[in-house]
Structures are given as C-alpha cells and as structure tokens.
Design a protein around this ligand. Sequence first.
Ligand code: AMP
Length: 172
Amino acid sequence: MPHWSTLIREIPDFPKPGIVFKDITPVLAEGAAFAAAIEAMAAPWRDTPPTAFVGIESRGFIFAAALAQALGTGFVPVRKPGKLPARVLHHDYALEYGKDRLEMHADALPPGARVVLVDDVLATGGTLRAAYALARAQGAEVLGAAVLVELAALGGRARWDHAVPLHVALPG
Ligand code: AMP
C-alpha cells in the first residue's frame, strides 16, 4: 500500500492556465489511504478534541466529516453563498483564482463551541482566514486549523497570523 501522500496528483492548468491543481480524489478512492490521511489530520486534536470540525465547501466537507466521525464530534459546514437555508453570517475573501464569499448558519455554533477549521488544500490562506472570521463572529473558540496539503509557495502558512496552530498533514 503506497503512502497516502503519493496518491495526490497535480493537474496543470486547472481550472485555468497557470494553476497547478492538487487533486486529492485518488486518496479518497483508496480506503486505507483515506483512513491514513484522516488519521494524520486527526492526530494533533486527539488529546483535546474540538466540539466540532468546521468544513469548508466543498472538499473540506469530506475531510471535516470524516474527522468528526473519527473523533466523535460534530460537523459544521461553511458554504458558498445561497446554499444554507437558515439565517447566515457571511465573510468576503480573496482566493488564489478569484474572489468569493463564504457563509455559515448564524446559529451553527452554540456558546462554548471549540472548533477546528478544515480544508483540503492551503493555498493563499484566504479561505481558512474567512472560516476563522466566521467562527469567531459567533463567539466560538478556534483551536486551530487542519489541512491535508499546502502549496507552500503561495504563502498561506506565513499569512496565518492567528495564535492557534495550523496543522498541515503533508507539509509542502
Ligand atoms: P486559498 O484560500 O488561496 O488558501 O485557497 C484554498 C482553497 O481553494 C481550498 O478550498 C482549496 O480546495 C482551493 N484551492 C486553491 N488552490 C488550489 C490548488 N492549486 N489545487 C487545489 N485546490 C486549490
């Protein structure tokens, strides 16, 4: 069984010229690799688990939901605009390839919530910072963030200026 990290493949010029897309779907397709990747992402939080993993649409959902099941916690989605049915909070941010807005249900995090933010890939870090802002806007404690892989050249980790850890399962 190859190490899960060897299953991540790079697709040049997707979704537009000049972007090298990190495709994590082959990791998901191999049961043992998927389990090992989740274990690597879960390890830093096992001793003091959050009350919920906050997953960012759409690939962040996959990892956050699996982490929630692995550690017996809740899962809360952060979604693209117009997808969540109840009242939302929103936060605007810049992406490696464009601009976007993220939303979270305004009542998603109860008082005392302690959360870990989850995505698949860390690029510029704008997406994770937006999720951080949404969680803090509800008064949640953010224990940190967890991503599978980073594009180190894009400086997302350097721009993570919060005092809580940002764990990358496969550092770039
Ligand atoms: P950023 O906000 O720049 O850190 O971008 C991270 C978000 O965009 C994550 O949700 C990633 O899934 C996605 N993303 C950005 N760049 C890439 C890339 N080169 N390959 C795969 N996903 C990417």
